[in-house]
Design a protein around this ligand. Structure first.
Ligand code: SAM
Length: 231
């Protein structure tokens, strides 16, 4: 990872015109993409681990190398913390042993979130730290709030925290969350005070960028995610 980082540039200067339509679509049309077999297996293992832990759950979605998962496990010692990332390369980097209340899982979140909802997981805290911004306007559908899986992410419930170095990402996320759930998130500048939760946070702050934090507490609301009709 480079020591300096350029701030996000985008051909968008305001929330995307198509955001509300995409959210409406996600709320009304089931996501038919089949769950990948490797994510089903990874989820089954995570489910066994969580049952053994028998504690409330914290999710670290898109955890990268898992440094945040380790820190969150220390911050929430009475919880079981699961970090999920699709990159085997990132997850494979050696950052020392994992705390007993932490687990790293290689999985695609598009599948993992749906499996977690179907298994009735109810995280008390859900972190989404520096998701890929996909700043081109044409990439709205790749941002989590423009993606068809968005209702599943919200439906899990708990205290959701999203951080980004692109304010507009969080403003859009907040609009989409309000539209889908009726809850209004707060977006504020995040003062890390030199204690970085993730490598991306460290890199952005070291480059002089402002980082932002969205928080909202959501009810567990499985009905938000439209079900795929059985044949
Ligand atoms: C910009 S990095 C941030 C990593 C880490 N949270 C941090 O702040 O250092 C975004 C991460 O999200 C992961 N990611 C993106 N899409 C994903 C998906 N569909 N399923 C799982 N992980 C995903 C990427 O592999 C990457 O590690």
């Amino acid at each position: 990872m480079h020591a300096s980082s350029r701030s996000v540039t985008s051909n968008q200067s305001a929330p995307h015109d198509d955001l509300a339509r995409r959210v409406t679509r996600a709320l009304n049309h089931p996501l038919r993409k089949p769950v990948a077999e490797h994510t089903r297996r990874a989820f089954a293992e995570a489910r066994r681990w969580l049952a053994d832990q028998s504690r409330p759950l914290v999710l670290d979605a898109g955890c990268g190398v898992g440094l945040s998962t380790r820190q969150l496990a220390a911050r929430h010692p009475e919880h079981a913390v699961i970090g999920i990332d699709r990159s085997a390369d990132r997850l494979g980097r050696d950052h020392g042993p994992l705390p007993a209340n932490a687990l790293l899982v290689r999985a695609d979140l598009v599948d993992f979130w749906r499996l977690a909802l179907a298994a009735d997981w109810q995280p008390t805290h859900h972190y989404l730290l520096y998701p890929n911004p996909y700043p081109k306007a044409s990439h709205l559908k790749l941002r989590w709030h423009g993606h068809p899986v968005f209702p599943a992410l919200l439906a899990l419930g708990g205290r959701l925290e999203v951080r980004s170095n692109w304010r507009l990402y969080l403003d859009e996320f907040a609009l989409a969350t309000h539209q889908a759930s009726g809850q209004r998130p707060t977006v504020v500048e995040h003062d890390s005070q030199g204690a970085f939760l993730t490598p991306f946070e460290r890199k952005y702050v070291a480059s002089g960028q402002t980082v932002w934090r969205l928080t909202v507490t959501l009810p567990h609301a499985p009905a938000l995610m439209p079900a795929v009709a059985e044949d």
